[in-house]
Ligand binder design. Structure first.
Ligand SMILES: *[C@@H]1O[C@H](CO)[C@@H](O)[C@H](O)[C@H]1NC(C)=O
Length: 143
């Protein structure tokens, strides 16, 4: 076939490929121990990205360590679904019940063959058990 000057040829069919972009990052949340906390992360990418949740931690040596979730945490669940728009995917992480040790920085990481993106949010946990004596005084306290 002859070349057509001034005419653009599509390299291939389908939408252009592009690296993930976090369009709605997870929000930072705070709550008390025993509560339920959910984070969501909305990503645009073609082709469909692999989205993972990770907890950002420090090793004793001070270097950053990423723990892939849910790992063996029985109180953590993760889910990924296409949408809400075309070329988008949304990932959720649900922590229930929230424990003091769940406090920290969470990373939503998305990658496809073109590139990767990430976004962070912070979960802050108030340890309610430390304050229980203030809220629920023992019966003896009344007299
Ligand atoms: C804490 O979690 C509960 C559900 O367990 C929710 O109803 C409440 O709104 C949350 N509080 C905050 C500050 O997000």
């Amino acid at each position: 076939p002859r070349a057509h000057p001034g005419h653009l040829h599509k390299a291939r069919d389908g939408p252009c490929e592009f690296a993930p972009v976090v369009v709605v990052p997870p929000r930072s949340v705070h709550n008390v121990t025993g509560a339920q906390v959910g984070l969501s992360c909305e990503v645009r990418a073609v082709p469909t990205p692999v989205i993972t949740w990770r907890k950002v931690m420090q090793s004793p040596e001070g270097t950053q360590v990423l723990e892939e979730l849910p790992g063996d945490h029985v109180n953590i669940a993760v889910q990924v679904r296409g949408g809400p728009s075309d070329h988008e995917a949304t990932a959720w992480i649900l922590i229930n019940p929230l424990r003091k040790e769940d406090e920290g920085v969470y990373q939503c990481h998305a990658a496809n063959m073109v590139g990767e993106a990430e976004s962070h949010s912070t979960v802050t946990v108030l340890d309610l058990s430390k304050y229980r004596s203030f809220r629920f005084p023992a019966p003896d306290d009344r007299m």
